[in-house]
Design a protein around this ligand. Structure first.
Ligand code: EPZ
Length: 419
């Protein structure tokens, strides 16, 4: 299992270009199943998650190629059964269910296992499918959804932690080929949902309200092939901004959409980190001494849960108390114990982590546990004195394209150690 070896204490300087968004690309890749015509997707990040998704599409009978960030998919004829071994490995694969239901009126997929950040239920996805007329059966770890007809309906997708991003994606995709009008209330408003809706509209779907809590889909008989460029990855942009601030450097971020992460920019400003436009780019640097701030994760347009761990690493360096409250997932503090191994002073109190910041970090071997926790440990390692070895870096490779290469270009002393 690969690891990263980082010699910290080097302020990052230079330019970094943001890749396409993993969380936009996965449902958009699944949406290509909705048509028997070819689709071309650009700026698809080359990650283990996106490569898994392409393999899943092929296991369903589609032909697909993935070269230099461009994916072509031709789902001329497909079956409704995905390769269990592939689907169970990636939570994001649940978003093939909606397209299969829309195209074939049936889908059989494995129940996505939970993961380290929480139970990851799909009850809201199934609620939306049932509203459209699907019969759902769960046995042997599989979900069987069958619908003689898909009829447009009104469905409310709000759950205990707000809406569901992939649940909104799934129901929206199925509804594009239903008879009649579907209204999704308490829909997720994330930019990745808007990007998916824009791709579906390019395929001929009739959708309005994407990006708002109420999305209206008027079903059509058929969708055609389309081309689409995936939006930039806002979480990657935030990760690099946090790394620049943590190392007291100054970087230029190219290709990001600051309108996709205003809540984070606001919080960084409050922490005395400047994120300002320079032409089409963003320049990130400290405005002076870091300040402690409180963060609570929320559905969009609030502070994103996927940036919580990265901000925590930064805030371990800010003198004072920062309270970080995680409201989306039940156990997304796996990075805390590893950060304390680097000398951070953090205590967990229920849904909150109390960060007593300001002490310098010192390098040590640490273990990545999930995608965003890995990014947090890398940020901390870049800021720590001495050497930090981040093990199990396969977690990071799921969601960041060539993170080590990009960091090296910013002056970081980071090596991928292949085992
Ligand atoms: C998407 O996951 C993202 N993944 C996650 O990013 C992100 O953290 C999450 O949205 C929230 O923004 C992809 O897009 C591939 P949810 P998703 O359904 O859609 C509960 C990353 O690091 N819920 O919005 O699976 C759920 O338990 C990943 O890139 C139900 O109760 O998340 C959670 O508490 C991690 N019932 C909350 O809603 C359901 O049927 C939000 O989950 C579905 C979800």
């Amino acid at each position: 299992m690969d690891s990263f070896s980082i010699k910290g204490g080097v302020p990052l300087h230079g330019e970094v270009t943001i890749s396409g968004s993993k969380n936009a690309a996965l449902p958009i890749l699944a949406a290509t199943l909705l048509t028997d015509e070819p689709c071309v997707l650009r700026r698809v990040p080359d990650l283990s998650d996106t490569r898994f998704m392409v393999q899943i599409l092929k296991s369903l009978g589609a032909s697909a190629t993935f070269e230099n960030g461009t994916v072509t998919v031709h789902a001329k004829k497909i079956t409704g059964f995905a390769d269990y071994d592939l689907v169970r490995k990636m939570r994001g694969s649940i978003c093939i269910a909606g397209p299969l239901l829309g195209r074939l009126r049936k889908a059989r997929i494995s129940l996505p296992g939970g993961c380290i950040i929480g139970a990851r239920p799909i009850n809201l996805h199934l609620k939306g499918f049932q509203a459209l007329g699907a019969k759902i059966k769960i046995d042997g770890g599989y979900v069987d959804a069958v619908a003689k007809k898909l009829i447009g309906a009104v469905t409310f997708l709000g759950g205990r932690a707000g809406s569901t991003v992939l649940g909104t994606a799934n129901v929206m995709m199925a509804a594009t080929l239903a008879d009649g009008v579907t209204v999704i209330e308490s829909a997720a408003c994330e930019p990745e949902v808007v990007d998916l809706a824009n791709f579906l509209i390019a395929m001929g779907a009739q959708i309005s309200g994407a990006g708002s809590p109420t999305i209206t889909i008027t079903g059509v008989a058929k969708l055609h092939g389309a081309e689409h460029e995936v939006i930039p990855d806002r979480i990657e942009a935030i990760t690099f901004a946090a790394a620049a601030a943590a190392t007291n450097g100054e970087i230029t971020i190219k290709g990001a959409r600051p309108d996709h992460f205003r809540a984070v920019i606001d919080k960084l400003n409050e922490a005395n980190v400047l994120v300002e436009r320079s032409g089409a780019n963003l320049v990130v640097k400290r405005k002076g001494k870091l300040k402690s701030v409180d963060v609570t994760t929320m559905p969009y347009s609030g502070f994103p849960t996927d940036a919580q761990a990265q901000l925590m690493s930064l805030l371990t360096l800010a003198p004072g108390i920062s309270i970080i409250t995680e409201r989306i997932f039940e156990s997304r503090f796996m990075h805390v114990s590893e950060l304390t191994r680097l000398g951070a002073d953090i205590e967990i109190e229920g849904p909150s982590a109390i960060v007593k910041g300001g002490k310098p970090l010192s390098g040590a071997p640490v273990m990545a546990s999930d995608l965003r926790a890995s990014a947090a440990l890398i940020i901390a390692g870049l800021a720590a004195t001495g050497t930090t070895q981040v093990n199990r870096i396969y977690h990071l490779d799921r969601g960041y394209e060539q993170m080590d290469v990009k960091l090296k270009q910013l002056g970081a002393r980071i090596q991928r150690v292949e085992e």
